[in-house]
Design a protein around this ligand. Structure first.
Ligand code: PLP
Length: 365
């Protein structure tokens, strides 16, 4: 029985990939924003409806660069209590206090009304996360940012291919980033990308990615090395070219899951809102009884299915967020203890999907 994992990135066709990599090798130009990185960035900005896209070495580095390039006075950044650690560790590493905020029970994304209650005179930015490719309440967050004069930026690590009002989810906010790690739909093996329509922010991001150097090669800003290399960018282009077909296939699998799970008690599915075209980066379910998650995972192991709970612990329990330890974010805690992600990717056939469904039904009996 073939093993099913939660996710499988788009794997480019071997012959085409090797041909692309051979061209890179022969060019002798292996890194430093050469042809492949430049064309990948062009394709990314078109796909994500932005004026600028910048390819970087990881999603985590994208967060670091973005927070640094905003050039805000030191203070607090509001972050949802339910996310991957990098959403909190990047602002902390960049010298900001992380102020956590609870999430919306429907989308598991930052709750704007709770975010407003966390704003103080020390708030410098709001960092929303499009969890599982679901959209944050972007209009409400933008209004909140405007009202308080603070920028709203997005961690769109899961957002590639998701659309809101027919526009890429990565096109919202002053700037956004995505991860191009192999756990994501589109991948450059390791990698990430930044998106903005703001010319001067883009210029700073570009410089900081390259040691802080300006166009005349002078060391102007405090920068780092966050460049993507040419082999990664070549891989990324082949992966991005198949995004639409991958998302369509995942949506069909999601529909098969949705139909089956409507009849299963003790488990809730997430619904796509009317203006959202969900990329199905993940297929999360909410399991009422958290103990049933372990049962499903055990049952899965007997049938070679790798289910994954997301994300444990909630961020308020991270040992290095001392000021947040012990605080109560009920929806985030619920999400951390009750969310299970199921395998979803285009190479699963309907028998594979049925195998997952039956495994869950059996474990929930
Ligand atoms: C929400 C979120 N933000 C940031 C990251 C970091 O991305 P990367 O692994 O490319 O550094 C991830 C990675 O899984 C993520 O899920």
């Amino acid at each position: 029985m073939k093993r099913l994992e939660v996710n499988q990135t788009i794997i480019p066709e071997k012959k085409r990939l090797l041909h692309h990599w051979e061209k890179v090798l022969e060019s002798g130009k292996l890194t430093n924003n050469q042809v492949e990185v430049q064309s990948f960035q062009n394709e990314l900005k078109v796909s994500c409806h932005r004026s600028h896209a910048l390819a970087v070495s990881s999603g985590t580095m994208a967060l670091h660069l973005l927070i640094r390039a905003l050039d805000l006075p030191k203070g607090e950044i509001i972050v949802p209590a339910f996310s991957f650690v990098a959403t909190a560790s990047a602002p902390l590493w960049e010298g900001y206090n992380v102020v956590l905020c609870d999430i919306d029970p429907k989308t598991f994304c930052l709750d704007p009304s709770k975010a407003e209650a966390r704003i103080s005179s020390n708030t410098r930015a709001i960092l929303g996360v499009h969890v599982f490719g679901q959209p944050c309440a972007v209009e409400k967050l933008e209004a909140l940012g405007n009202k308080h004069g603070i920028p709203v930026i997005y961690d769109g690590a899961h957002a590639m291919g998701s659309m809101l009002h027919n526009k890429s989810l990565l096109a919202y906010g002053l700037a956004s980033m995505t991860s191009l790690h192999t756990s994501k739909i589109v991948s450059s093996i390791e990698g990430g990308a930044l998106f903005t329509d703001d010319d001067s922010l883009y210029k700073r991001l570009f410089q900081i990615r390259y040691f802080g150097r300006n166009a005349s090669n002078q060391d102007e800003l405090l920068g780092t090395n966050a460049k993507m290399h040419e082999f990664s960018a070549a891989y990324g282009q082949l992966s991005l070219a198949r995004l639409n077909e991958e998302v369509e296939a995942r949506r069909k699998i999601a529909a098969q899951y949705d139909e089956a799970f409507l009849a299963v008690s003790g488990l809730d599915i997430f619904k796509e809102s009317s203006n959202h075209y969900w990329n199905r980066a993940y297929y999360p379910v909410q399991v009422h009884d958290s103990a049933a998650i372990e049962q499903i995972m055990e049952q899965g192991e007997t049938q070679n299915i790798g289910f994954r709970p997301y994300w444990r612990p909630a961020l308020q329990d991270l040992p290095y967020l001392e000021k947040e330890n012990g605080k109560h974010y009920p929806v985030a805690s619920f999400a951390a203890n009750h969310t299970l992600c199921l395998p979803i990717y285009s190479s699963m056939n309907s028998n594979d999907v049925e195998r997952v469904i039956q495994c869950i039904i059996k474990a929930m009996e």
